[in-house]
Design a protein around this ligand. Sequence first.
Ligand code: NIG
Ligand code: FE
Length: 427
Amino acid sequence: MFVLNFVILSIMKTVIKNISKLIQTESKLIKFKAGNEMSKLNTIEDAYIEIKEGRITEFGSMDNWKGISDWNNTTIIDAEDGMVFPSFCDSHTHLVYPKSRENEFNDRINGLSYEEIAKNGGGILNSAKTTQEISEEELYEKSLDRLINLISLGTGAIEIKSGYGLNTKSELKILKVIKRLKEKSPIPIKSTFLGAHALPENYKNKKEEYLDLIINEMLPEIDKQGLADYIDIFCEQGYFNTQDTIRLLNAGKKYGLKGKTHVNQFNSIGGVKASIDNGALSVDHLEIMKEEDYLAFNNSECIATLLPSCSFFLGIPYSPAQEFIKRNIPFNLASDYNPGSSPSGNMNFISSLGSIKLQMNAEQVINATTINGAYAMGLENELGSITIGKKANLFITKPIPSYQYLHYSFGENLINKIIIEGKEFKK
Ligand code: NIG
Ligand code: FE
């Protein structure tokens, strides 16, 4: 005799209550905020959020909370009078790298510039050598540790680039590690192919041949294995120029990869316009800007990505954030986490740099590190604000007097709990 067991599946609900202030609530989906809009931030005092199946289903003032109808299937998270923010969306990192480079850091302390170190075989080429030597397994383990650390610091979505391989085997090794991280990670990850990060030693004076290798060998294989969401190039004096950028972005287009490019870090050589005219989703760095670079944004939906920790660490100029606001150009703030120019991926510190060094008010910083970061990864409908239907990736702070306190108290860890898809995340 067969006994049929019917399992009644009831949907688990999570309620976060005792929230002193719920930050960045949006009743509708928006793409990004730019110009004056960046100073607007909706908040709710004394609030709650309800989450089902990892997504926000309800939020509002505690006065309007209907209470719990089904105690058996509800988990309560007590915010203990902390504020609740949507997680940081970090749209630019090089998190998969083999080894730190504090020896070069020391050279810089002793007076050498980033460019001089690179010319002496350090920099990206140094990381390329160690990437070629490391096993995929070890690279994965190291990268997973870094990712978990960043999640515990409030990052709820992240982009990761290749670019330290500089040959087919090693670029694929990095991209495979990113794919494994995607499978394991509780937060969304976007993968960017940055084969054109620097000219490898064996292609010195053979730039066209290296670009041929990227386009004819690496890209088809990456496409076949589904390893990238975006394509990137370092458009800079001594690396790749605007023609290379145009060629590469068009090659990427054939595989459905939009550009997210490194431009204007040290020099303005036309990379912004070349990227935007060829469909880039974001142009990143922008420490050095000319009038024509700003004008290139006209009538486009490309977002700028500013990386203030790179300026902090290398001692180069900060991106003119106020100019972007004045001109209504959307931008986000990201960490650029990498061993050479930003060995920290802590978005709390990036937020403090936004206010201290880019003169951004707290509302601008919060918009730039959440919804605008989400847009720079194509995730604006999933993350970046407290909106019904979005993924419940959030962080709960310790009790703080104001949301600006988070940026003001730089170097402090004021996060009490991390919530990923409605569940408390523990390291
Ligand atoms: O975004 N500028 C190019 N790439 C990285 C640094 C790479 C490195 O030094 O390892 C950046 O700053
Ligand atoms: Fe970078």
